[in-house]
Write a protein that binds this ligand. Structure first.
Ligand code: SAM
Ligand code: SF4
Ligand code: F3S
Length: 446
């Protein structure tokens, strides 16, 4: 049996795409290699969101090139860098056999048959009407408590900093019947929690609204918990807020990227909301589900960001008291509006790297203190966790609360089996996770 080794960079979309590619190859008699050294095909599924991601790709390519030279394995590059760079990648790295974009995943067996006789890049798009979402093989999820389920692909927004619309193409929503069927099939093999994924799930239009999709998935027998990522604040509807009021199976966790706390910066970013509008949505979620954990993304050092703009981001962070923030230094990406405009006018001045990195440290320090405080506030509480497996220490079992907080429990696998819903009392709070003691196994009535 031939074997494939997959190295995945980037977001959940790429993780799901990698999984689908392995499943597809499995139907053509390919197995999975645990190490690149044993592989006949080395597949890199790449991310182009920041230059660091691209640099990582170039550095691992060196290692895989050496393995290819020793074993004659095929080296293929998929994902967002493939879509962005196309044939240029073949020129840049002669060891690459072929390059293909996200809309060409389903053709992988056919592309593999061509490899060796020619070097090529397949980066065309499918028409939205033609696009078929590959279905998950539920058996691959057996033994897991959680799974990602694709709700939509692509992004129709035009945030000035972002490559995703170029690398993932137009939005296509997956019909709700397919999404619900996949969740039901996953529940059959023991999955208890599904996370619906898409770059911009709030603009879902797969035969119902996104709120409608959440309600349908929450009604699937066996699915105890529903989550989703990612939401754009300007499409966050009242209907979606209402889901948090009346659907207890939709977990009290919401990732709502704000990017910046200053209106002029948000306008240059083309985010299509003001700080006040963002906070109104944020507060509506808190009112609908008291205790909901809201997390966000910040970009620091966007062109023209002044000290005052940056302090507005800190002020927003202190006001919203996010459960967590993912903060990134601005990275100019090819063919984006921000890259074209950077340096073109006084309000588009490039922020020096040292200034950006000092601001990033300050923001992360403020967030770190808030996260630690919020975790401390959990001390003594009884919370429900869904057990996901054994922790990184190899000893304790780990699960997540509805608010997506990681909880370690001193318990055996028999006491805390994967997929169990347990009630624990929080006895310790760390910088990034909690420790709990076991109280009871929740009654799962269905
Ligand atoms: N679709 C999601 C949204 O609109 O919030 C985000 C997608 S992106 C994969 C995740 C995060 O990467 C963004 O929220 C943003 O903070 C960050 N990001 C995107 N482009 C970036 C860039 N050029 N430089 C730095 N960070 C960037
Ligand atoms: Fe990128 Fe904006 Fe689309 Fe998110 S909404 S993927 S940040 S263009
Ligand atoms: Fe990266 Fe593409 Fe995801 S750029 S973050 S892998 S959509």
């Amino acid at each position: 049996m031939r074997k494939v080794f997959v190295h995945t960079f980037g977001c959940q979309m790429n993780e799901v795409d990698s999984q689908r590619m392995v499943e597809l190859l499995g139907r053509h008699a390919w197995g999975r290699a645990a190490r690149a050294e044993e592989a006949d095909l080395i597949l890199l599924n790449t991310c182009a969101i920041r230059d660091k991601a691209e640099q990582k790709l170039l550095s691992v390519l060196g290692r895989y090139r050496a393995i290819k030279a020793r074993r004659g394995a095929v080296l293929a590059v998929a994902g967002c860098v493939a879509q962005q760079e196309k044939e240029r990648l073949l020129k840049l790295v002669p060891a690459i056999d072929f390059v293909f974009g996200p809309d060409n995943l389903a053709r992988l067996p056919e592309l593999l048959a061509r490899a060796g006789t020619e070097r090529f890049a397949e980066t065309g798009w499918l028409d939205s009407e033609e696009y078929l979402f590959p279905a998950a093989e539920p058996e691959a999820a057996r033994g897991r408590a959680t799974a990602f389920v694709t709700a939509m692909k692509g992004c129709d927004n035009a945030c000035a900093f972002c490559v995703v619309p170029q690398t993932r193409g137009r939005e296509v929503s997956r019909p709700f019947t397919e999404v619900v069927a996949e969740c039901a099939a996953l529940a059959e093999v023991g999955v208890r929690e599904v996370t619906l994924i898409g770059q911009n799930v709030n603009s879902y239009r797969g035969g119902c609204s996104f709120a409608g999709l959440l309600r349908r998935v929450a009604a699937v027998p066996g699915i105890a918990r529903v989550r989703f990522v990612t939401s754009h604040p300007h499409d966050l509807s009242d209907e979606l807020v209402a889901v948090f009021r009346d659907q207890p199976r939709v977990m009290g966790y919401f990732h709502l990227p704000v990017q910046a706390g200053s209106d002029p910066v948000l306008a240059r970013m083309r985010r299509d909301y003001t700080v006040a509008e963002y906070l109104a949505r944020h507060d509506a979620l808190l009112a609908a589900r008291p205790g909901i954990a809201i997390t966000t993304d910040f970009i620091v050092g966007f062109p023209g960001e002044t000290e005052e703009d940056f302090e507005a981001s800190l002020a927003l962070l202190r006001r919203a008291r996010f459960d967590n923030s993912y903060a990134f230094a601005f990275s100019p990406r090819p063919h984006t509006a921000a890259q074209r405009r950077m340096g073109s006018a006084p309000d588009w001045l490039e922020v020096p790297r040292a200034v950006t990195s000092a601001r990033l440290d300050r923001l992360l320090a403020v967030q770190g203190a808030i996260t630690a405080e919020r975790l401390r506030a959990e001390l003594g509480r009884e919370v429900e966790i869904l057990v996901e497996g054994t922790g990184e220490d190899g000893l304790r079992r780990v699960g997540r609360t509805p608010e997506n907080r990681l909880v370690h429990v001193d318990a055996s696998e028999a006491e805390a089996p994967t997929g169990a819903l347990l009630t624990v009392r929080v006895i310790r709070a760390g910088q990034a996770s909690l420790t709990g003691e076991l109280l009871a196994r929740a009654q799962v009535t269905r």
